[in-house]
Design a protein around this ligand. Structure first.
Ligand code: ARG
Length: 457
């Protein structure tokens, strides 16, 4: 039975019911609805709506329902209830009779759903934080094992300067660190309880809302009842958190898809995260990574969708707001799945060091070194840049690497070039020289690995 049948004479049209009912997705708030109901029952004792004994009976019944829900969450969705709040109320009445009908005193589904969703979001923040830290751990372990794996670094997808696979891994550790810190920041604003705000104007019972917030593990209670039931900033913030992190993961995926391509062949992905072609027997496709890259799209969509749903919505609660859940659930599930999948991909990755090194040696990735060498000999940088450009053109013409050009050929472009140039052009020297903070020099990378490990424990 609906919670609100009294002033209606006709039953709801089936098609309206289908559009209006939210149980098929908000069943995921069952545990939170039970928790907030227990807290509310305690608050009702403080204002003498319930006796201690009645509250205990309700709490005990809610505990039984909690156990049922935990052992078989799918049992909820088979019900015909409108939403999770209606479902729980009916379930409680089935268990304790008329006493169950008292629980909704002074409460509205508007402050109830706002509270449940915030409780759910808090739990997600902690799970997602763990997901991020786990991926960072796997990245740092991969970095540790590949400190000497030199590979080309790119700008404009053109070989630019040599880096190491470890340095590449650590770049993603940094992005994920920002994602984790954004989550913690979101938590600060999220951690405020709306319960006791009623439908929109506040509850008519003199409830100590700060105490109630504390019972639910919130840091404090909200300050304005209209805002409390209308605020979905935390949904937007979490969607933005997901959206930006998925952008990071999609770039991670794209880098690896390229590294795994036949053209680059820097890495080989494990069979566990790739699939074959139904037609071409030789194929081993990077589907896991393509899905991470692809799923980034739906998460951006969820953020934009929710922004649009809330735009121009008048205060206070409107049914539009029921649209907050599906996109959020999907986006956060997707984010979590992709964090885990990214870790799994790294877990079985094989870096082909020789091939990476060969590629780093091609493409004139040491041209900047030659320019710096000239600068050290007193040539102004802009002039040095031009001289090296000419030398590169000559090397291309001869089909050789810069370091393979005879000294006499190099000297055609600048007489300051001496035979001390050859160690400068070696790959290792390109790495070693970049020893300022954050650079690719081996000791910097080792320090970054140590610092990350310390941060992650
Ligand atoms: N199912 C609703 C939602 O998710 C619960 C709140 C309903 N409130 C109302 N006034 N109809 O938003």
């Amino acid at each position: 039975m609906a919670l609100w049948g009294g002033r209606f004479t006709q039953a709801a049209d089936q098609r309206f019911k289908q559009l209006n009912d939210s149980l098929h997705f908000d069943y995921r708030l069952a545990e939170q609805d039970i928790m907030s109901s227990v807290a509310w029952s305690k608050a009702l004792v403080t204002v003498k709506v319930l006796t201690e004994a009645e509250q205990q009976r309700l709490e005990q019944a809610l505990g039984v329902i909690m156990a049922e829900v935990q052992s078989d969450p799918s049992a909820i969705v088979n019900s015909d209830a409108e939403d999770i709040h209606s479902w729980l109320e009916q379930k409680l009445i089935d268990k304790v009779g008329d006493l169950g009908k008292k629980l909704h005193t002074g409460r509205s589904r508007n402050d109830q759903v706002a509270t449940d969703l915030k409780l759910w979001c808090k739990q997600q923040v902690s799970q997602l934080h763990h997901g991020i830290v786990h991926l960072q751990q796997v990245l740092v372990e991969t970095a540790e094992a590949h400190q000497d794996a030199v590979m080309p670094g790119y700008t404009h997808l053109q070989r630019a300067q040599p880096v190491t696979f470890a340095h590449w891994c650590l770049a993603y550790v940094e992005m994920l660190a920002r994602d984790a810190s954004r989550l913690q920041d979101t938590l600060k604003r999220l951690d405020v309880s709306p319960l006791g705000s009623g439908a929109l104007a506040g509850t008519a019972y003199p409830i100590d809302r700060e105490q109630l917030a504390g019972w639910l593990g919130f840091a404090s209670a909200t300050s304005n009842s209209l805002d409390s039931v209308s605020d979905r900033d935390h949904v937007l913030e979490l969607l933005f958190n997901a959206a930006i992190s998925m952008v990071h993961l999609s770039r991670f995926a794209e880098d690896l898809i390229f590294f795994n391509s036949g053209e680059a062949a820097f890495v080989e992905l494990s069979d566990r995260v790739t699939s074959g072609s139904s037609l071409m027997p030789q194929k081993k496709n990077p589907d896991a990574l393509e899905l991470i890259r692809g799923k980034c799209g739906r998460v951006q969509g969820a953020l934009t969708g929710m922004m649009m749903t809330l735009k121009g919505l008048p205060l206070a609660y409107n049914k539009d707001m029921q649209e907050d859940k599906e996109g959020l659930f999907d986006a956060l599930d997707t984010w979590m799945d992709c964090l885990q999948m990214a870790a799994l991909v790294l877990d079985g990755i094989q870096v082909k060091r020789l091939r990476c090194k060969e590629a780093a040696e091609q493409g004139y990735a040491n041209a900047t070194e030659l320019a710096d060498y000239l600068v050290a000999k007193g040539v102004p940088f802009r002039e040095a840049h031009h001289i090296v450009g000419e030398a590169v053109m000559e090397a291309i013409r001869q089909g050789k690497a810069l370091e393979a050009l005879p000294l006499a050929d190099l000297q055609k472009f600048s007489m300051v070039i001496g035979d001390d140039v050859s160690p400068i052009l070696a790959l290792q020297s390109c790495l070693d020289k970049r020893a300022a903070k954050g650079g690719v020099a081996p000791q910097q990378v080792a320090a970054a690995i140590a610092a990350t490990k310390q941060r992650l424990v």
